[in-house]
Design a protein around this ligand. Structure first.
Ligand code: SF4
Ligand code: MSK
Length: 664
């Protein structure tokens, strides 16, 4: 459905009140946003492009293929199925490459920290030691930094590995899943290698068999999920602290009228962490005061926002579709960006105001932006140079409009470790209570709502799905911009328990947790793999991820990364539902994704257009798994007695003022 702002009086398709308020304001009317561009283009998407049957992989084309029409194959003879599979596989490769390049930077930053360079330290020593074990690193009697250097070097080697044993972290998966990968020959050998091979196999005249292409697409995606993304999440946690539950606020109302507002947008938390430290520097605060501001207000956008929200409680101003809207307030002195999901239009919107778009990464510059290169070897100095530039803009601020009533409370920071500790209690961290509550039916199952927002679709889709799921006792795990949008509508807080079904509500109340758990940014979907594995290993819910009453969705996916994530979930045994897939023009291949993969992987893609249909499909799949496990009959509610409440009520939210295992 096309979304129009139509001067905003007729904005019936945008439900977000802060977006509507800014677009209707004097400052908002000054700018053109994606909503205007969609309206003027009429959203007439190319049929061949959107159904996956346009090929421009060689200069005999581009070829537009019509499935089943003999003369409408490619000049080279490529069929609709081959073309759609190659296009799909390239999307997976691009998404995996983005996570991989992000992860590589984080590993390099981790190594610098391990060597004692820069402002950061190894914060989570326990996690360092447990990851060191996965990599076969001796920890007994060794200095923390010595272990960290060896871990960093071994982690960096995972990217360029060619042969030998597969990626180290694959062995964290359930044994049965590892056997599936081995049997199919899809255990990734090295992270970069799988992306390169995927690009090669989709070149003109190489792999023409869609089933064979999908084997490599799975291997490539697994190198992201169990390789790059997992490395990034784990090493970032070790360096900056594993997230623990903390209260924070989200939405455009987090911008402050009397402060220098600096929004941090992109993905790699090295820059954002350095900015957080620099923003507390008395020298910087003094400079802001000299310019007439009361201080410096950092606020996140997109996944960088989620990273600093999870670890520091820094507010998030906007998700993906609100990046232009944040600037349209006229209250942002600088938007500091690094990589991924930064729309080129932000430079154009900024021109209407005093705002600068500060690019910081040599890989991502844009016309109209001011470039201040982030120096990994001197992060604090770079951060101060960036902030100084932003502070100097404060005096130039003209009219602005910050929607004051849109500032929502959230409780975030649900890492795998937190869930383990929170549900298992202080003395025996474990997933046992979660599994037991699934088996006895209080919790029907677990659903992940992840990924982007997308201007093409109704902006309340995440909310509709989440409300239906929690109402039906399904615990929701959220990441990325989906988590931000759920925070904006008040579902990421313990108070949202009133919207949950009776069984889920009982568990949430006993622990004091929200029915929607914010697990972080888009690379943090690897946390969901670890959580799913922990559920399997705890016992009682089958012996593979594919046995769990669990499912994921990225209903408003926009980025290629979302498809890579979807594919690594499916290859790990978890079903996913998308609102659409760019493969529907190729009947056999499309059917292979929606059905055929099941035989090999025990999981598959699903498609449903309407958000409510997505939710219903997710519940249906969860119930099918419950039935297969023989636990569907046990859904009569067992009321908590006092002993049960006491046992669960010892988690961090109840008795530790929102501080978990690693402190706060
Ligand atoms: Fe056309 Fe084949 Fe070239 Fe693709 S690879 S553009 S289908 S000739
Ligand atoms: S930022 S990938 S829009 S989640 Fe990770 Fe949001 Fe999707 Fe970008």
């Amino acid at each position: 459905m096309a979304i129009s702002r139509s001067g905003c009086e007729g904005c019936t398709s945008i439900t977000c009140t802060s977006t509507l308020e800014v677009l209707s304001s004097e400052t908002g009317k000054q700018v053109k946003t994606a909503y205007d561009r969609i309206e003027s283009r009429g959203m007439s998407a190319c049929l061949f492009g959107s159904t996956g049957t346009c090929c421009r992989n060689c200069n005999m084309g581009p070829c537009q293929i019509i499935d089943g029409v003999e003369e409408m194959v490619g000049i080279c003879g490529a069929t609709a199925d081959t073309v759609a599979a190659r296009n799909f596989a390239r999307i997976v490769a691009a998404g995996s490459a983005s996570h991989t390049d992000h992860a590589r930077e984080m590993v390099r930053g981790f190594l610098e920290t391990a060597k004692g360079h820069g402002p950061h330290q190894i914060k989570d020593v326990e996690k360092l030691k447990s990851l060191a074990q996965v990599f076969g690193i001796e920890t007994e009697g060794r200095e923390v930094n010595e272990i960290a250097v060896e871990l960093g070097e071994k982690a960096l080697a995972e990217f360029g590995k060619q042969d030998g044993a597969p990626l180290s972290m694959l062995k964290r998966a359930p044994a049965k899943r590892q056997a599936v990968w081995e049997r199919l020959g899809i255990a990734p050998r090295g992270i970069d290698r799988e992306i390169v091979e995927m690009m090669h196999r989709t070149h003109m005249g190489v792999d023409q068999d869609y089933e064979n292409l999908m084997l490599q697409a799975s291997r490539c995606a697994l190198s992201d999920g169990w390789g790059a993304s997992m490395l990034s999440t784990e090493l970032t946690d070790i360096m900056f602290g594993t997230p623990v539950p903390r209260r924070a606020i989200v939405d455009l109302g987090v911008l402050k009228p009397d402060h220098v507002n600096v929004t941090v947008h992109g993905h790699e938390p090295l820059l954002a962490e350095a900015l957080c430290i620099a923003a507390q520097d008395p020298e910087m605060i003094e400079l802001a005061k000299k310019q007439g501001a009361k201080g410096i207000n950092l606020a996140g956008v997109c996944c960088t926002g989620n990273e600093i929200l999870m670890r520091r409680g820094i507010p998030v101003a906007a998700g993906f579709v609100q990046q232009e809207i944040a600037l349209a307030t006229g209250a942002v002195e600088a938007m500091v960006v690094d990589v991924q999901c930064i729309m080129q239009s932000v430079a154009e919107v900024a021109k209407s105001f005093h705002t600068d778009i500060i690019t910081t990464n040599y890989r991502a510059k844009m016309p109209g932006g001011v470039h201040i290169q982030f120096d990994e070897e001197a992060p604090l100095e770079s951060a101060k140079a960036i902030l100084t530039h932003a502070i100097k803009n404060f005096k130039k601020r003209g009219k602005f409009h910050i929607p004051q009533d849109t500032k929502l409370d959230v409780v975030v920071g649900f890492s795998h470790e937190t869930i383990n500790y929170m549900l298992g209690g202080r003395f025996r961290a474990s997933y046992r209570p979660l599994n037991d509550n699934i088996i006895n039916g209080r919790i029907r199952g677990v659903a992940a709502i992840v990924g982007c927002d997308n201007y093409k679709l109704l902006d309340n889709s995440h909310e509709v799905i989440a409300r239906e799921l929690i109402k039906n006792d399904v615990l929701v795990l959220a990441t990325g911009c989906a988590a931000t949008s759920l925070g904006r509508v008040g579902l990421v807080t313990p108070e949202a328990v009133r919207f949950a079904g009776p069984g889920l509500a009982e568990v949430c109340e006993a622990v004091g947790m929200p029915p929607v758990l914010h697990m972080g940014s888009c690379v943090d979907n690897s946390r969901i793999l670890i959580a799913a594995t922990a559920m399997v290993k705890e016992g009682g819910l089958g012996d593979d991820i594919s046995d769990l009453p669990a499912i994921g969705t990225a209903p408003l996916w926009m980025s290629e990364k979302a498809v890579a994530i979807g594919q690594y979930f499916v290859a790990s045994g978890a079903q996913v539902v998308f609102q659409s897939l760019p493969t529907s023009g190729a009947k056999k291949f499309h059917d292979y994704l929606l059905n055929g993969l099941m035989d090999q992987l025990g999981a598959k893609w699903n498609v449903a257009e309407d958000p409510m249909d997505i939710a219903k499909l997710m519940i249906k799949r969860i119930d099918q798994k419950r039935e297969a496990l023989g636990i569907n009959k046990q859904r009569e509610r067992v009321l908590f007695d006092m002993a049960m409440r006491r046992e669960l009520g010892s988690g961090p939210l109840k008795d530790a003022g929102c501080h978990g295992p690693a402190g706060g």
